[in-house]
Design a protein around this ligand. Sequence first.
Ligand SMILES: [Zn+2]
Length: 267
Amino acid sequence: MQLLKTNSFLTPLLLSLAASIFLVKAASVMASESIGGTSNGCLLNAASLPLTGNAHQVMNASRQRFYGHEQMIGLIKTAADFIEHNKLGVMLVGDIAAKNGGPMLDNHKSHQNGLDADIFLMMPDQAFVSDEDPTPEATTVIDFEKNRIDSRYWSDRQSKLLKFFASDPVVDRIFVNAAIKKTLCEAHGDKKWLAKIRPWREHTEHFHVRLKCPSDSPDCVSQAALPEKDGCDDEMLSYWLAENINPTISEQVAEPELVKPLRCQAQ
Ligand SMILES: [Zn+2]
């Protein structure tokens, strides 16, 4: 009888202990994981970005590319807080990744492991209002005749947001058009943060943020580390500035088919 009594006393305790063990386990099972590289990988247990928030709005929502590693989703939310606090308008978020990552069936080669995000350079005062999928035509901020940014479409909003992202230690690099990099180099005395701002082809209406491999993703493949120099007067910048004027310089060569990482093959 005594034993029974003890048991009935212990049972709720045991049950709640079992429940908390289950919850801890479930929480650890649910953590996001990036597998493979940004151009040949996949994503497990993606986090998703709400379509709207205090100062962000997801574009092309019907494409269902608002998933990412939870570190990426967290960073975008923190950036939205920064934007709201500094009254910089609204951040328009383009593609991050599909729910399980992997290749997208259009022009995107990267964005496969939840560590890439496209952010529009256009930063309106207010979010777009529409019933379903409010996606404005993205505006280029480059004046190609002058090979510089077009001041009609540029303000300190963009440079503050770029600096915010570049200053976060989880960010590995940010791709922008070379004319944007050049303008940032000319405008800023403190150039240290510009090391992560990489000139690249296109990226005239959005910039592309890439995170480092998170520590919880042992099968994530990192890119080679960037040089620590600000890159404001290196060959890379001149090369991509020339590419803006004569795009044939960097005609893309076909790349060999890549073998998917093993852990992505089941998807
Ligand atoms: Zn991108």
